[in-house]
Each structure stands twice: as structure tokens, then as C-alpha cells.
Design a protein around this ligand. Structure first.
Ligand SMILES: [Fe+2]
Ligand SMILES: [Fe+2]
Length: 198
């Protein structure tokens, strides 16, 4: 990995709000531990974690404007909740600003918030590490179960998180992002999922 890219990302991360920086540190820690557990490239996992929220602090209108200028599709859900765009805009920013071309780093950044169908193992690691920041423990009643599963079976950990999260969204009459639903359906299909009640 180009040492200059690593240094430039670190410089930009140091300019993010303190809360985002604390979160990034926690995500890096968990990503490294998971990469070690699953024998993935630790350098790539650490770098993806470090850069994953590089655009997290951008105001919504800026995220929408940047997505449009970068050719990233903006759906009505993302127009209503631009925060969904910080992963895709972040990945494209990392690619252009730092010249980083490694899809094994860019894709995890792009899909870290909501996931997608058929996530690669590095995508799964960053997705889970992002949710397993201890500061989010109170937000997710299934936090400890997801944490335990993350070290046993990545698919099961993600399915556990998505199930809990989507149940919470439905109970609160919240929108469900299509990426999350695609990830959920894909995992169920892999496991021979059923159409309950039909
Ligand atoms: Fe994020
Ligand atoms: Fe994050």
C-alpha cells in the first residue's frame, strides 16, 4: 500500500468531527480483529475502516450534489435521507482524491451502511465492524449476539443484524433501504429461505 495514500487519508480523518473520529477508531479496531480472525488482508481492512466515514460529516445537500456530480444514482429514498449516500460518495472520493483503485477497499466503503446482495467477505467485515462500535451498543439490543456471531459465521452475524434492524424499522414505520433488503434476501436465499405464510 502506498504510504503516501495512508498518510493523506490519516490527515483528512484528523479533520473530521471528534465523534466521527472516535467511531472510526473503534471500527478500525474491530475490523482488524475480524480480519485477523478470518485471515483477510489486515492492511486493506484497516485502511477501509479508516476511510469509510470520510464523507460522514458532509451536510445532506452537499452529499446529494456530490453524488450527482460523481455520477452516483440518487434514489428518492436517498433524496429524503442523504446520509445513505455517505458510503458511495466516500468510496468515490477515496478513489479520486487519493488515487486508490483497490476494489477490495472501495467496495466495503461504498456498501458499509446498508449492505447489498452478495457482499464480499471484506464488505461483510466493514459492515459488521461499523455496527459493532461499542458506542452503538445501546442502539442495538442484538449487539452482543451480532458480536458473538461475527467471530463464528459472518453471514449469520449479518443476518442477525439485518433481521433485528428491519424489525425495528418496520415497528417504527421507517423506510427500509433497498440495499439492506437485498442483503437480507440474498442471505436467506443462500440458506434455502422460505416464503412464510404463502
Ligand atoms: Fe458510515
Ligand atoms: Fe461508520
Amino acid at each position: 500500500m502506498d504510504i503516501d495514500i495512508v498518510g493523506r487519508i490519516a490527515q483528512d480523518v484528523a479533520r473530521l468531527p471528534p465523534g466521527v473520529q472516535r467511531h472510526i477508531e473503534a471500527v478500525q479496531h474491530q475490523s482488524l480483529a475480524l480480519a485477523r480472525r478470518w485471515r483477510f488482508d489486515e492492511t486493506a481492512a484497516a485502511l477501509a475502516a479508516q476511510a469509510h466515514d470520510i464523507c460522514r460529516a458532509l451536510p445532506g445537500p452537499d452529499l446529494i450534489a456530490q453524488a450527482r456530480s460523481l455520477g452516483i444514482p440518487v434514489t428518492p429514498i436517498e433524496e429524503a435521507f442523504p446520509v445513505f449516500l455517505h458510503g458511495p460518495v466516500g468510496a468515490e472520493t477515496v478513489r479520486r482524491r487519493y488515487g486508490l483503485r483497490d476494489q477490495a477497499i472501495l467496495d466495503p466503503i461504498r456498501y458499509h451502511t446498508m449492505g447489498r446482495a452478495a457482499m464480499s467477505p471484506p464488505e461483510q467485515v466493514l459492515f459488521l465492524a461499523d455496527k459493532l462500535d461499542p458506542q452503538k451498543r445501546a442502539r442495538y439490543p442484538y449487539f452482543d449476539e451480532v458480536l458473538r456471531l461475527a467471530y463464528e459465521d459472518l453471514d449469520a452475524a449479518i443476518l442477525c443484524f439485518l433481521t433485528g434492524q428491519m424489525q425495528a424499522f418496520l415497528a417504527a414505520a421507517s423506510l427500509v433501504h433497498p440495499g439492506m433488503l437485498a442483503a437480507y434476501n440474498n442471505l436467506l436465499l443462500q440458506r434455502g429461505g422460505s416464503l412464510g405464510g404463502t
